[in-house]
Design a protein around this ligand. Structure first.
Ligand code: NDP
Length: 434
């Protein structure tokens, strides 16, 4: 912590991983050597830059831009761009660190990175969003490339923003290579990429439920968030027969005891994706109950899918969920559970998947988008979806292999950390001290 003052999220992520890896490392001394862990907790490169742009009133605005290039050990840096006022160096360093393990778990050749800005897209006009994206890329472009660093979307960065950034990248570089993933279908995007993180989280949870002879059919499910990941988690959970009771955003939670339907989800998508509105607007349009300032974790459910942001589920929330009989928690967001909450789930025997395992379907499908771009081809929807499902099953199997406890139960936390670590660590050892 002396080395990284004022970086609580980064220290939280490192603590969680190192605590979980330590017993494994002690049994495998080759991983103690060559300063491996010391190197792994230090990003290879941290870029911070000024983003100046002009708002609609003609005023100059200044934001801070970042790109964390954490590890290139197994492939080009890969990870999303986040635009949210809560973005700090600490948040992006934690995300880039986690991303390195997650990308290794996908089995695809991608290193770890993350970037973003404290820019708040809420309340900005479409023209302001475009000008900001262009200003951001006018610096970022010199640091990225299809074999160097391949960004994608994240909170506050969806298809629209990726499009503006990819367009500016082409203009500045005079290259048509596809340096962003999550692109629109008309210029190199992959089918299923928008759905991939949410679908993948539900596929992963389904694999976990199977280990206890369960399926989503008839289960009560809570989802937090209402953005890209949440929307497609709702869709897939419904498709598998679950009753989805909640969505949320930073203003509060919608609770619908009748459960979501495809028609209601279409309204949510219209509110969020076309009007950039709030879940309270959704509640007003559908008559669902809106609880201002509340999170969804008080609702009695079998499965909880946190899909909003880091540290949105704390020890008290975990205790409530456990008391209410939750059986499975699969994270669509990155590090939504605090360390205490995660420990409480594991101690109570709840099937608990950390985001680096259960939400890896997004980046995995970005990897598939890179492969299609490199081949100058586009696969059909069914093919991408089938590959996504196989990858999620593979990550589940890796977690079971590396996370099995002596009593036969599985720690998905240990499994994900160890499986991801082994791949990155072996690659680093093979490539010498660089
Ligand atoms: P979106 O911007 O589409 O949606 C984010 C959602 O989370 C919104 O409902 C937002 O509400 C809510 N949210 C964001 N910040 C906060 C906050 N500080 N407090 C409360 N709620 C908040 O982002 P995504 O759906 O893409 O991302 C959601 C999570 O999933 C993130 O943790 C992201 O890192 C992770 N993830 C995303 C992947 C992807 O492919 N997109 C891949 C893997 C992980 P509001 O609008 O009110 O801010």
């Amino acid at each position: 912590s002396d080395r990284n003052p004022g970086q609580p999220e980064f220290l939280q992520a490192v603590t969680e991983v190192v605590e979980s890896l330590w017993p494994f490392i002690e049994q495998n001394p080759r991983y103690v050597e060559h300063g491996l862990l010391d190197r792994l907790v230090e990003p290879e490169r941290v870029l911070m830059f000024r983003v100046s742009w002009m708002d609609d009133r003609g005023q100059v605005q200044v934001n801070r831009g970042y790109r964390i290039q954490h590890s290139m050990a197994i492939g080009p840096y890969k990870g999303g761009i986040r635009f949210h006022p809560s973005v700090t160096l600490s948040v992006l360093k934690f995300l880039a660190f986690e991303q390195t393990f997650k990308n290794a778990l996908t089995t695809l050749p991608m290193g770890g990175g993350k970037g973003g800005s404290d820019f708040d897209p809420k309340g900005k006009s479409p023209a302001e969003v475009m000008r900001f994206c262009q200003a951001f890329v006018s610096e970022l472009f010199r640091h990225v490339g299809s074999d160097t660093d391949v960004p994608a979307g994240d909170i506050g960065v969806g298809g629209r923003e990726v499009g503006y950034m990819a367009g500016m990248y082409k203009k500045l570089s005079n290259r048509a290579d596809c340096v962003f993933t999550g692109k629109g279908l008309s210029f190199g995007g992959s089918l299923i990429r928008p759905e991939a993180t949410g679908y993948g989280t539900v596929y992963f949870a389904d694999e976990m439920l199977k280990t206890r002879g369960l399926s989503f059919q008839g289960l009560r499910v809570s989802v937090s968030g209402s953005g890209n990941v949440a929307q497609y988690a709702v869709e897939k959970a419904m498709a598998l027969g679950a009753k989805v009771l909640t969505v949320s955003d930073s203003s509060g939670t919608v609770i619908d005891e009748e459960g979501f339907t495809p028609e209601k989800l279409a309204i949510l998508m219209d509110v969020k994706n076309h009007h950039y509105g709030r879940v309270s607007d959704y509640a007003a349009r559908t008559g669902a109950r809106f609880e201002a300032g509340k999170r969804p974790w008080g609702v009695k459910v079998d499965v909880a899918l946190p899909c909003a942001t880091q540290n949105e589920l704390d020890a008290d929330d975990a205790a409530t969920l456990i008391k209410n009989g939750v059986r499975c928690v699969a994270e669509g967001a990155n590090m939504p559970s605090t360390i205490e909450a995660a420990k409480a789930f594991e101690a109570a025997g709840v099937l608990y998947a950390p985001g680096k395992a259960s939400n890896a379907g997004g980046v995995a499908t970005s990897g598939l988008e890179m492969s299609q771009n490199a081949m100058r081809m586009a696969w059909p929807r069914e093919e991408v979806d089938a590959r996504l499902l196989e990858i999620m099953k593979g990550i589940h199997a890796a977690c079971v292999q590396y996370g099995k406890r002596p009593d036969g139960s599985v720690s998905y936390v240990d499994g994900a950390n160890i499986a991801g670590f082994v791949k990155v660590a072996d690659a680093m050892l093979a490539q010498g001290v660089v």
